[in-house]
Write a protein that binds this ligand. Sequence first.
Ligand code: URA
Length: 236
Amino acid sequence: MRLDKYLASYTRMSRKEARAAVRKGRAALDGERVFREDARVSEGMTVFLDGAVVHAEEYVYYMLNKPPGVVSATSDRTERTVLELVDTGGRRVFPVGRLDKDTTGLLILTDNGELAHRLLSPKYHVDKVYEFNYEGELVPDAARLAAEGLDIGEKHRTEPALLELPESRPHFARLTISEGKYHQVKRMVAKLGGHVTELRRVAFGGIVLDEILQPGEYRPLTEAEIDCLQHTGNSD
Ligand code: URA
């Protein structure tokens, strides 16, 4: 593997940042400083960045189209869990966050605890996009109110959210939120006058649910998707 790719894969640097770091002489291979970003990292070599070893930790990442009726837990005494749907070849993965039992759509499973922690931390504003059908009528200024933040009975109002109400599809909407409070979408919609009847997550941190996956199906994330997750969110 090329040195810049190695650094971008196993640190939080982008490929561009990795190239710049190598050119500045911040990287070393087996203790020898290297300046070429295309230097080869072979099996068994130790890579250093700023004098510290960069470990090639191989984690696994899956995208599951969660079907209704299963819970987003690692174990449950009575319910079927999302882990029972995925063959990881023995890797102990866990879901990154939770979807309600009746919610469907994009759920990421990984054994990378550090990344999962960051993706779920309220400090990092990771966007989640939900599509839903609802009953009732939303208040006329629902999109503005969602953008301003809603009082859903928590200590703080919700963060600004994007509510899209396509005119061509009555009782269907899309909501983008950057946090993950308990039943957040359902509670926000209730506050706006509606009742969610079907909820599906279609994107998480820049990863879009693969339309090819039927409910209950999964696939490994691509390298580009993993890279996207590793660089998603900001802590402003
Ligand atoms: N918001 C909800 O209300 N339910 C979910 O499953 C996810 C977000």
